[in-house]
Design a protein around this ligand. Structure first.
Ligand code: F6P
Length: 560
């Protein structure tokens, strides 16, 4: 067990795993995969969702040692502290309670001694009521027309999660039926090109703008919000804001100051981290406007099912715990710096970008929760693309270059099945053939001997050899319904938390994003004074000064 301020790498459990790497380095997945007993022990099922981690570079002994590490890290206690609303985000003195956002009405989850579930449901009920008014046309815009299009403005956690869920639901038959005739768009980047793309083809008369920002101070979101407010008021006059703009925030005072009626604001709380906020009004409002609350409620229920599983299942059968421990193994012991998230589902095309923030903003840290410099690597470089697109892009490197543990995610049923007469298999079977083949190609590889037997010419043998022994895991979902999307989200959220708990870091703050923001403020001031008073750039280094001068001298931006 660690003392509160010791690093996890000082424990015997960590040292045992360090020593164990040597044993694993003597194995090859080709051999590990021939042990059916081992493979069977590395498969888990929960509500029809099948996890197969037999292609991890791990043995039964590795798993035991990882479970010992979990004990040494006091993982169980840390999970309980999270669910109990303790201020585990110590640098911001906050609870971490995104699980309360999808808890059933009758649940009791306390923050600072107060049950937060009734407040959560007050907001959910308000969203249900408001989204029904918009969808039914009983709430109309300034000129009396129904609002059929929504632009959600937000960035980071106020964007990526909702975008992922929206993209996943778009082709789900039930959700698609509910969304008929409606559009949901997301404006995130401060690049004016993003504004142009988002308003293109939309009429302010029939558009509702949802400004989503936890703090209501984020520079990109606020300028985009002012830009769209201008778009609305120029077309419809200032009073139209009351009918065409609503907000989601924890900072209701700033919402009002911006000019949005507080009655049209949807609250959330400081115990919800931005990247963990998709189940709050951040995601639930735009998604309910598009799909109706009943579809979104299924998504929340899916996430909640994993919360229960995570909280109450013994670690040997606990999906997020095992995934988290295996990621720690891959990063800190086997030394793999990256992880590829590879959904064999176009509907999950925005899953990797969302998890990128959840994982990298949470676990990309250099010190322990107590501020001690870490003596080991944490976090991983997450990236990904849907299969099969990725296969024709970066898989070359994954097969023969760097070793990158891969998450293969597939579904038994397609959201949009196609079967052409005369074809060998259905289109979904074709997709899934790749889902099943790629993990084995990575694990087994191809030896020079096999190539010789195939009469491959000698000079090509080195080029056609695949070393194999490249780890992956496979997650097979029954289908991609709103419920399963919620499950997938919660599995990854909790997996990331498990990693952080074991590493002994604070996975719920993000101080690393601040410095760049401060420096941008300095540049913004300079650009203003240069444009308005012709002031030369001052106080920057040679490089930045030169770049700024070039930008100012040649920029077509109008003088202010
Ligand atoms: O990038 C930093 C960050 O604070 C993220 O953590 C957050 O999701 C994003 O900015 C947006 O913040 P807000 O919701 O307050 O606008």
């Amino acid at each position: 067990m660690t003392s509160p301020t010791a690093l996890i790498c000082e424990t015997q459990a960590w040292k045992d795993l360090k020593g164990h790497v040597e044993d694993i380095n003597k194995t090859h997945l080709r051999d590990l995969m021939s042990d059916a007993h081992r493979c069977e022990s590395m498969m888990l099922e929960f509500e029809g969702l099948l996890l197969d981690y037999s292609r991890q570079r791990a043995t039964v002994e590795t798993m035991d040692k990882l479970l010992n590490l979990a004990k040494a890290a006091q993982l169980s206690e840390k999970i309980s502290r999270m669910f109990n609303g303790e201020h585990i985000n110590s640098t911001e003195n906050r609870s971490v309670l995104h699980v309360a956002l999808r808890a059933p009405k009758y649940a009791v989850i306390k923050a600072d001694g107060k049950n937060v579930v009734p407040e959560v449901w007050n907001v959910l009920d308000k969203i249900e009521d408001f989204s029904e008014k918009i969808r039914s046309g009983s709430w109309v815009g300034a000129t009396g027309k129904p609002l059929k299009d929504v632009i959600a403005i937000g960035i980071g956690g106020s964007f990526l999660g909702p975008l992922f869920v929206h993209t996943a639901l778009q082709t789900d038959p039930e959700a698609a039926e509910c969304a008929k005739g409606r559009q949901l768009r997301f404006l995130a980047n401060i690049d004016p090109v993003d504004v142009a793309r988002n308003i293109s083809g939309l009429n302010p008369e029939t558009t509702l703008v949802v400004v989503v920002s936890k703090t209501f101070t984020t520079a990109e979101t606020m300028l985009n919000a002012r830009t769209l407010r201008n778009w609305i008021t120029t077309a419809l006059g200032a009073p139209a804001v009351a009918k065409h703009m609503v907000a989601v925030s924890t900072n209701l005072a700033l919402v009002e100051k911006f000019g949005i009626d507080p009655n049209n604001a949807f609250a959330f709380w400081d115990w919800v981290g931005g990247r963990y906020s998709v189940c709050s009004a951040v995601g639930v409002l735009p998604l309910s406007l598009q799909y109706g609350f009943s579809v979104v409620e299924k998504f929340l229920k899916g996430a909640s099912s994993i919360d229960k599983h995570f909280q109450s299942t013994p670690f040997e059968k606990n999906i997020p715990v095992l995934l988290g421990l295996l990621s720690v193994w891959n990063v800190s012991f086997l030394g793999y710096p990256a992880r590829a998230i590879l959904p064999y589902s176009q509907a999950l095309e925005k899953f990797a970008p969302h998890i990128q923030q959840v994982s990298m903003e949470s676990n990309g840290k250099g010190v322990s929760i107590d501020g001690l410099p870490l003596l080991f690597e944490t976090g991983e470089i997450d990236f990904g693309e849907p299969g099969t697109n990725g296969q024709h892009s970066f898989y070359q490197l994954i097969h023969q270059g760097r070793v990158i543990p891969c998450d293969f995610i597939g579904t038994v049923k397609s959201q949009q099945p196609v079967y052409l007469e005369g074809e060998v298999v259905s289109n979904h079977d074709e997709l899934m053939s790749n889902f099943f083949a790629q993990p084995d190609a990575l694990a087994y590889g191809k030896t020079p001997e096999q190539l010789q037997k195939e009469n491959v010419s000698e000079n090509l043998i080195p080029h056609k050899t695949f070393s194999g022994n490249r780890p992956s895991l496979s997650l097979l979902l029954p289908e991609l319904s709103a419920y399963n999307v919620g499950q997938l989200l919660a599995i990854y959220e909790h997996r990331v938390a498990v990693q952080g708990f074991v590493w002994g870091i604070n996975s719920f703050d993000q101080w690393g994003v601040e410095l760049g923001k401060v420096l941008a403020t300095q540049v913004r001031k300079q650009l203003h004074s240069s444009r308005t008073q012709g002031a030369a750039p001052e106080g920057f280094n040679y490089s930045t000064t030169t770049l700024l001068k070039r930008y100012l001298e040649t920029s077509p931006e109008p003088k202010m």
